[in-house]
Design a protein around this ligand. Structure first.
Ligand code: ATP
Ligand code: MG
Length: 431
């Protein structure tokens, strides 16, 4: 952190020695002030991209159109961007053109929130024309200028407002919240990948409960570019109408039973984002199939989607069993979804306080959870039963798997082969 920060200041000084103005800007200044760890350093300068490239030995032209050059120093990357102004956002997402300017304050004025619109100079002075430090002290998200105008220009900022509020446990000022309500239908202009990245960052951050409260309560989810599954939209609409009010200190209190997002308050207790996703969707009453559809729209990898929806699927499966038969349901669920999903499900449910107290124990007691763990192979079955190989082998292995999993027969070759003979005998008689 210190190394990154002083490396950034080194670049600022070098630009100043070449006769340009330069500052650390944006997220790194904000994070430094609130003592949050820095992940990247942005530098703003009066130097044009070609001048930046001429000043440093190792540079990459990462975003010349927007005035951005990446400077490599001591193995670290710093984004150096020319002071600029943005004009006319006709698509509610990207400025039609960017224009280089010579004034840091003008550059800061295009930025979204007051705490993101501060610059740190090599003299240690903070340029803070919009009251970013006041906002940090007060714990509020405030826009540079009129929120309604700023959200109208770029709809992504609505999600960023919610992300920063939840990450820092800040309140959204009333006019910021009203700006979101007013412009929520413009979320359509934001690519699904961006919506997904913001939502996933919220899920991974320190305030997933607050973030989802705002997302569901604002009505934003009804206006994504690709429609989300009906059950997701329905849950959001119910919460919007009947959930708690927007003030940050009241979230989580649903005013009606059906409007609550069940597991909202427990989300931070789960450390893995995928577990949080599963808990959120289960609490909102979303089923496995709609979960999968949601993650397709959000462009999640198949692997992540399967992991999360696997947890949801196990939950759905268990819900049809009662107390007396739930161990049976659990064994079937483990056989269907596998050991990893079963362990994920246990982790989530331990937090939700709906623990099937013995689920982990039962899982451990299962001698096998997949056909590959059986101590007999398909070719051995074929030879022992003296039948040509065919689809019957897979069916038979599944039957044996169930019997071993339930503890009816031990997992050794002799027992498996004799059980196989018996099973084939019976089914031959029947067939
Ligand atoms: P983090 O990296 O922690 O998500 P950040 O503030 O650094 O937060 P970035 O997306 O890295 O966010 O953007 C860097 C800076 O660029 C911001 O601090 C802000 O000043 C400005 N910025 C980013 N996105 C927007 C936007 N959509 N509208 C206006 N300004 C923006
Ligand atoms: Mg950043």
């Amino acid at each position: 952190d210190e190394v990154l920060w002083s490396g950034g200041l080194g670049i600022v000084r070098k630009l100043e020695h070449s006769g340009f103005q330069a500052y650390l800007v944006g997220g790194c200044v904000r994070d430094k002030l609130i003592g949050r760890s820095l992940h990247d350093i942005d530098i703003a300068t009066s130097a044009k991209p070609e001048e930046v490239m001429a000043t440093f030995a190792r540079t990459l032209p990462t975003g010349l159109k927007h005035g951005t050059v990446t400077v490599m120093e001591a193995g670290r990357a710093y984004e150096v961007t020319t002071f600029r102004r943005e004009s006319d956002y006709s698509d509610s997402r990207r400025p039609d053109e960017v224009e280089f300017v010579l004034d840091i304050v003008e550059d800061l004025s295009r930025r979204d929130f007051t705490f993101n619109a501060m610059a740190f100079g090599s003299d240690g002075m903070i340029v803070d024309p919009f009251g970013g430090q006041d906002a940090l002290r007060a714990g509020v998200v405030d826009c540079v200028g009129d929120p309604s105008e700023r959200f109208g220009e770029d709809a992504l900022r609505m999600l960023r407002a919610i992300r920063f509020a939840s990450e820092f446990e800040f309140a959204l000022l009333p006019d910021v919240w009203e700006g979101i309500i007013q412009h929520r239908q413009k979320l359509r202009n934001v690519a699904m990948e961006r919506v997904s990245a913001e939502w996933d960052k919220m899920m991974s951050g320190s305030g997933p409960e607050q973030a989802n409260h705002f997302l569901f309560k604002s009505g934003l989810l009804a206006h994504t570019k690709e429609a989300l599954p009906d059950s997701v939209k329905l849950a959001a609409e119910r919460y919007r109408l009947n959930g708690s009010t927007w003030e940050w200190d009241k979230w989580g209190q649903a005013t009606s039973e059906e409007a609550s997002l069940g597991n909202l308050l427990q989300l931070p207790m789960l450390s893995e984002p995928d577990h949080r996703w599963a808990a959120l969707l289960m609490g909102a009453g979303i089923n496995e199939e709609d979960g999968a559809e949601l993650f397709r729209s959000l462009r999640f990898s198949g692997k992540r989607s399967d992991r999360i929806t696997g947890i949801m699927g196990i939950n759905e499966m268990l819900s049809v069993y009662d107390e007396n038969s739930v161990r049976t349901g659990w064994v079937y669920a483990v056989l269907d979804y596998g050991r990893a999903a079963a362990e994920d499900w246990c982790t989530v449910n331990e937090i939700l306080d709906e623990t099937l107290a013995d689920a982990r124990k039962w899982l451990k007691e299962m001698p096998v959870v997949s056909v590959s763990e059986l101590n007999v192979r398909g070719d051995e079955l074929a030879r022992s039963l003296d039948k040509p190989p065919g689809p019957w082998i897979a069916t038979l292995l599944e039957e044996l798997l169930e019997e071993v999993a339930f503890g009816s027969i031990p997992n050794d070759k002799d027992s498996l082969l004799s059980a196989a003979k018996q099973a084939r005998g019976t089914s031959n008689e029947q067939g």
